[in-house]
Design a protein around this ligand. Sequence first.
Ligand code: OSB
Ligand code: MG
Length: 366
Amino acid sequence: MKIDRILLREIRMQLKEPFEISSGVVHDRRVILLTVFSEGLTGWSECVAGEDPSYSYETCETAWFLLTKLMLPQMIGKDLASTEEGVSDTDWIRGHPMAKAALEMALMDLEAKTQKQSLGSMVGGTKQEVEVGVSVGLQPNDLELATKVGAFIEKGYSRIKLKIKPGRDIHMVAKIRELYPDTRIMVDANSAYSLHDMEVLKELDKLGLMMIEQPLAHDDYLDHARLQQEIETPICLDESIRSVNDVKLAAELGSCKIINIKPGRVGGIASSKAIHEYCLKKGMPVWCGGMLESGVGRAHNVAVASLPGFVLPADISESQRYWAEDIVAPEFTIKDGHVQVPTDAGIGVTVLEDLVEKLTVRRAEF
Ligand code: OSB
Ligand code: MG
């Protein structure tokens, strides 16, 4: 893969409705899109860094800096035998897995296209479709939440994730549990609690939830382990997991029983596979999370979620759940609670370049 040209864009995509979680609300996504050109082929990826550092220390600005100043200029003219060879040049950079994932995943798409195979099959995926759930943001009141949840169940989503925060938890979740007794329900706190909230957490434990995602601080493996001792409901870690080493720490300490793998958060596809493999050996279930991606990031997530150890429903909802118009064709749709894994080469969907151009607010070219 000779790297001829690289284009980095930031596009603005308006969410159909604001997405509110304990740490803040998003109206418009600032999406960093990377395109790598090689001998007539193009590899695409998306950086999942957020608008502000409330989920991770990485933001669109830090990722833009890393990519434009430290990672992309060096790639031009290289003739890479593999993605691995390309990303090894960035090993010296500490942290910043979201920026690194963007480069890795664009090269992965390119590599799969060079080999004329789908990304899913190149990474070792075994599923043709992925079971999916939906992540429902905080709503103005319980009635609106119940209506939203009802509509998603009607759509076929096989699991509902409710965002919670102090004051919007036990009562709200109990109500949804009561209304939909047969639905698989989980909650995600995005680090809004501490061990001082043990009473609340123990009440949540009684509601028959699939799991509680990231109840405590993003860097607190010890308290998560203490909490897991006190409750039956499995804890799932999201923010705390940025690499396979974080997973080893969490598994050894007993900080959780389930891992949420977001390829864009853990440094890319190779890292996702390493986590997947470790968890398979440990008998720890994993599933694929989401970061409100456009169709480009979503395509990568679907490919990764087709690996056999991804045994729980993914936060990969259909394009229409987020966007009036996605930037890929065909867009992602849900059927019988599943999303199809594309079979065309690479990410397997076509990027609508005219639309991307229209949405672009800044660009850097190499
Ligand atoms: O905590 O999983 C999370 C979105 C943005 C940031 C963090 C999270 C989320 C979601 C949405 O839950 C998942 C999705 O549908 O993409
Ligand atoms: Mg989460």
